[in-house]
Design a protein around this ligand. Structure first.
Ligand SMILES: Cc1cc2nc3c(=O)[nH]c(=O)nc-3n(C[C@H](O)[C@H](O)[C@H](O)COP(=O)(O)OP(=O)(O)OC[C@H]3O[C@@H](n4cnc5c(N)ncnc54)[C@H](O)[C@@H]3O)c2cc1C
Length: 311
């Protein structure tokens, strides 16, 4: 399970200052983040799609505190979609977004602002032939996120959403969303959640992932299996074989910089595989969640702080 201390550090402003401003951390950050500017992420998207992978691009940023900021993030997505179209990448590249980045946590009218701004991004994606998936944040945001999803799907039935197997409610959410045309990204969950709402041991989360996966794979929707876990990837392939689900009726997703050989292997074997490609200046919280998932990543970070290090 993710390292709790690092997840707390992901929310800590002082740590954010220390890690974000150190030039020493840049090398390891670039392993997980595609750059800070549009042209950098477009270049990485071009390289990855050239190898047969698909991508979903996330403009990093969460916890937006003003409406101007939220509208700025909406505009960033509109510019990104237009750049993807200009680069002829819109079919192989979709975008991922967070409701909190688009105003969901604003104290006044957050829900309405986020619903409106997310709608703008979906309309822009539709105009260039791309799609959108909504990331899932901590458990307090799930109801609002799914409600915005339901509203959006009346006009854009292809809008996808992430569901977190660690949450006790998720099997029921999977059942509700396992219908024709519904794109659901199943993940384990990256946030520190209380036991009252979440499974906490790795074993329980893995078991629940299997249970949710079965619901999605046996349903009529389009499951997006977002894990690097070799056992769960094998299990997905077995469920697909046993259930007669074709390789075009589901996809694997993995994060940029993690198990890249496996991404390429799956794509080369004819399995749809999409890489989650984050970019932008506000990479700190995302980066810390990646460190929290794997203790070995901490060693890379520690080495980058050593005097004389090239990182
Ligand atoms: C495409 C995609 C989208 C996601 N979207 C969301 C979302 O919207 N909301 C959310 O809460 N979470 C999201 N996540 C994160 C997810 O919840 C997990 O935290 C993350 O994927 C790690 O879990 P795992 O399934 O890979 O399994 P784990 O059991 O954590 O990992 C399995 C193996 O994968 C490798 N691995 C996993 N993580 C790392 C890492 N950081 N560095 C190096 N190796 C690693 C290791 O070899 C590890 O043994 C997303 C993940 C992916 C792949």
């Amino acid at each position: 399970m993710p390292n709790k201390l690092l997840l707390v550090a992901a929310e800590n402003e002082r740590m954010r200052g220390i890690v974000s401003q150190s030039s020493l951390t840049r090398g390891i950050v670039h392993r997980f983040v595609a750059g800070e500017q549009d042209h950098e992420v477009i270049a990485v998207a071009r390289r990855l799609t050239g190898t047969g992978l698909r991508v979903t691009i996330d403009h990093l940023g969460e916890g937006t505190t003003t409406l101007e900021q939220a509208e700025g993030i909406r505009d960033t997505y509109l510019a990104l979609l237009s750049s993807l179209h200009a680069a002829d990448l819109a079919a192989a590249a979709e975008v991922s977004l967070k409701i909190s980045a688009l105003g969901g946590s604003l104290p006044a009218g957050g829900y309405d602002h986020a619903a409106r701004l997310t709608h703008d991004v979906c309309a822009a994606a539709a105009a260039v032939g791309s799609t959108v998936t909504i990331d899932m944040e901590d458990h307090t945001t799930v109801d609002a996120t799914l409600s915005i999803l339901d509203e959006l799907r009346t006009e854009f039935p292809w809008v996808g959403v992430a569901l977190q197997a660690c949450l006790r409610r998720t099997a029921a959410d999977c059942r509700r969303l396992a219908h024709a045309g519904s794109r659901v990204r199943l993940v384990k969950g990256a946030y520190a959640e209380p036991a009252s709402v979440a499974f906490v041991s790795k074993r329980e989360v893995d078991d629940e992932f299997r249970r949710c996966l079965r619901i999605l794979m046996e349903g009529d929707g389009y499951p997006m299996i977002a894990t690097h876990d070799p056992k769960l990837i094998e299990y997905t392939l077995r469920l697909a074989r046993d259930g007669g689900r074709g390789a075009e009726d589901y996809e694997f997703q993995m994060l940029y910089g993690i198990r890249e050989n496996e991404q390429l292997r799956l794509a080369a074997n004819g399995y749809r595989t999409r890489v989650y490609l984050p970019y932008g200046r506000d990479w700190y919280a995302y980066f810390m969640r990646r460190l929290a998932e794997k203790p070995a990543n901490l060693l890379l970070l520690a080495r980058s702080f050593k005097p004389g290090s090239a990182n």
